[in-house]
Design a protein around this ligand. Structure first.
Ligand SMILES: [Zn+2]
Length: 307
């Protein structure tokens, strides 16, 4: 059975759904500039494709699960600061997600899976914080597989690299972080007709050297690493890369080499998204706490800084 659409249902449909075996899904993303070669809705198109594939895969293996798709939430924080992006502050995103969880939890439901392909730090911190509140207040799980996948991408997680056959600078890491090889490959696999220009003609965008605020954040990250706070240190050094890139005068609105993209690499990465997401959902249904741990989780107060 295909996923149900929440806004097409009536109260009687909802009453008939099994509380422990109904999984709600929602695509949550900002509208964001992805170079001149990819559309503003790139993250949305990719996240929706992952969601559809995850639902299909789980429906085959676990036909007892009911899936209900909520409408997309076109809200995300830390969209690339470039004309065309529509970013939403993290407090607003956190509030909307918390209230959606509350509305589902009050009906006795237990799971909402957010599908996402956006790596903004405040975006992930806001989602993780909403997940924490929903868990504490209502025992409700808000799951965002992309938060886990994103960390694997930027840390070169061996399992992700072996699953995809991809290596550094083509797996969505700091050197390929936005609308570069990985994301262009994903769009080739998901919706090639939506690609806006010949990617072979898009010159690569390389990480800049660190200076100013980025250098300071990187040094603080290195300090955390030397005192044994490796994860927080690595997270800060990732943040330093983003600050260096977007802090440059006239920065390119993508990072990486779109010309190296391929449909095969996109399919491989999609496959990994589906596998990791489906496994998280199955673990949640088995009673495990699989709430996301965002980049910079230890410094979650940073989400309160205005964009
Ligand atoms: Zn993106």
């Amino acid at each position: 059975m295909a996923a149900l659409e929440y806004i097409r249902l009536g109260p009687e449909h909802l009453q008939g759904l099994p509380r422990d075996l109904t999984v709600f899904t929602m695509v949550v993303s900002p509208i964001e500039v992805h170079g001149r070669h990819l559309p503003l809705g790139t993250d949305i198109f990719i996240a929706a494709a992952v969601r559809d594939r995850v639902v299909r895969a789980l429906e085959e293996n676990r036909p007892e699960i009911s899936f209900v798709n909520l409408p997309h939430l076109y809200c995300g924080s830390d969209a690339l600061p470039y004309p065309g992006s529509l970013s939403v502050n993290a407090a607003f995103l956190e509030g909307v997600l918390t209230d959606y969880c509350k509305g589902l939890a009050k009906q006795g439901f237990r799971y909402l899976v957010v599908f996402d392909n956006h790596g903004g730090p405040r975006h992930h911190l806001a989602i993780a914080s909403a997940a924490g509140r929903a868990w504490k207040k209502w025992g409700f799980q808000l799951i965002d597989p992309f938060i886990d996948i994103y960390r694997r991408m930027i840390t070169h997680d061996p399992e992700l690299l072996s699953m995809t056959g991809l290596g550094p600078a083509e797996c969505g890491d700091d050197a390929d972080n936005h609308a570069g090889t990985n994301e262009t490959s994903l769009m080739m696999a998901v919706s090639p007709e939506l690609i806006l220009s010949d990617v072979q003609e898009v010159e690569p965008s390389y990480p800049p050297s660190l200076g100013g605020a980025a250098k300071i954040v990187d040094l603080i990250g290195r300090f955390f690493e030397t005192v044994g706070r490796r994860r927080t240190g690595a997270d800060l050094r990732h943040l330093a890369q983003a600050i260096a890139w977007t802090g440059q005068e006239g920065f390119l609105p993508y990072m990486g080499a779109p010309a190296l993209a391929s449909k095969e690499a996109g399919e491989a990465m999609l496959g990994a998204h589906v596998k990791i997401s489906a496994s998280l959902i199955e673990r949640a249904l088995a009673g495990e706490d699989v709430r996301p741990v965002a980049i910079l989780e230890a410094l979650s107060f940073l989400r309160r800084l205005p964009e």
